[in-house]
Design a protein around this ligand. Structure first.
Ligand SMILES: C[S@@+](CC[C@H](N)C(=O)[O-])C[C@H]1O[C@@H](n2cnc3c(N)ncnc32)[C@H](O)[C@@H]1O
Length: 377
């Protein structure tokens, strides 16, 4: 028998949610602590909870502190890290303050602050300060609510537009999908009206969406705000088979690569309680590699493919460079396409396709891909 779901314990699907956030946070911190053009990192947990559940397991706030400590132990810098923890519930904030007493360190430039705002009021406050923020600052916002009464497209966009903020958002997909076609004056449970309004703000044509899976894909696409941002989604089914979605929004392709890494890392743990058949449908590697193969073949047949465009395609489609390399190796071996060194104009060694962010950032293609068998080495 599955354990009863309570608000005060960490079941497998909650663990999956927390890992999606914290595994990204660990990567984010390590990259930004090492980045030359960043000197301050702000992490905002808008619905932080009390830090520890009654079953003894830790919540997002404590895990974020651990992620910061571990990143600072690996990389020594004098960069400032601010962790801002917010929850409307005063008792939870008090408990959390006690739990985290002494965990920050002015010597290490790690500061923890607390507040008890309505989360979306805090989001507006953050947005109003962003235009004046030093361009060497980066922000990560985690939105993990119980209720969604204030969720609003404009407020999300307002924190994203400077290009220095990334966002992790948890949404109850099943309910959103179930209520998508109900008119607002129908008997829609009150808590879902704001979510319904939220979807309408994106002008999604929900009549054409016929499954939860399609709904996640449509939301992931809508959250790109007409191509302004990169997005990723990760579905989580709980023990009662209710479906939830984690959504990630960033202005940076490298951020997208990192969350794609997290998705594949979590997915390799399938069968541990939060994955079900639906999860396998969406994320199973073998199924999905054929999608990547088709996309790569199409790009190459358009004649525009180099290592930069292919890297971007691979990450945007939710794959890792190693998947791209495997598909390219296969396509080259089958003589569907060939790879040429951009400088020396000769075939490149098998596997040296240079699909990575460093090359992408250089903006100079170093490998071209063309249809056909090419010349043998
Ligand atoms: C799903 S829990 C967050 C769990 C937390 N991320 C963790 O890992 O422990 C949602 C939290 O939001 C708080 N909350 C509910 N409504 C809120 C609001 N309007 N603004 C801010 N916090 C709110 C609740 O007190 C609760 O602690």
């Amino acid at each position: 028998m599955p354990k009863k779901e309570t608000a005060d314990s960490v079941l497998a699907h909650t663990e999956a949610k927390l890992q999606f956030y914290t595994k990204y946070l660990e990567r984010y911190l390590q990259i930004l602590l090492a980045a030359k053009d960043v000197n301050k990192i702000n992490i905002y947990d808008l619905y932080c909870g009390a830090g520890r559940y009654s079953d003894g397991q830790t919540g997002s706030a404590v895990r974020a502190v651990e992620a910061v400590s571990s990143a600072q132990a690996k990389i020594t810098t004098d960069k400032v890290i601010n962790l801002h923890l917010n929850d409307l519930n005063a008792a939870k904030v008090k408990k959390l303050r006690n739990l985290l007493a002494g965990k920050d360190s002015s010597e290490k430039q790690f500061f923890i602050t607390f507040s008890r705002y309505e989360a979306f009021d805090l989001l507006k406050k953050i947005a109003s300060k962003l235009p004046a923020q030093d361009r060497h600052t980066r922000n990560l916002i985690f939105i993990d609510p119980y209720g969604y009464k204030d969720i609003d497209k404009e407020n999300l966009e307002a924190v994203l537009v400077t290009g220095r903020t990334e966002l992790v958002l948890f949404l109850p997909i099943e309910q959103m999908y179930r209520f998508r076609l109900k008119a607002i004056d129908d008997e829609v449970d009150n808590p879902y009206i704001p979510l319904k309004n939220f979807i309408e703000q994106f002008e999604l044509d929900v009549t054409k969406i016929t499954s939860e899976k399609e709904f996640i894909v449509a939301l992931e696409s809508a959250l790109k705000f007409q191509g302004k941002f990169f997005t990723a989604s990760y579905s989580i089914r709980n023990h009662n088979r209710h479906l939830y979605g984690m959504f990630f929004i960033t202005s940076h392709l490298y951020g997208l690569e990192k969350i794609v890494e997290v998705k594949w890392e979590l997915d390799s743990q399938k069968g541990q309680g939060f994955t079900g058949e639906n999860q396998l449908d969406i994320f199973l590697e073998t199924d999905r590699l054929s999608v990547l193969r088709k996309a790569i073949t199409a790009l190459v047949s358009n004649g525009e493919a180099d290592n930069l465009t292919l890297y971007e395609l691979v990450i945007r489609k939710g794959f890792l460079p190693k998947h791209g390399n495997n598909v390219l190796r296969e396509l080259c071996a089958e003589e569907v396409l060939y790879a040429i060194d951009a400088v020396e104009r000769k075939s490149v060694r098998k596997g040296a396709y240079k699909l990575n962010y460093k090359e992408y950032k250089s903006r100079k293609p170093s490998v071209f891909f063309r249809e056909g068998p090419g010349k043998k080495l």
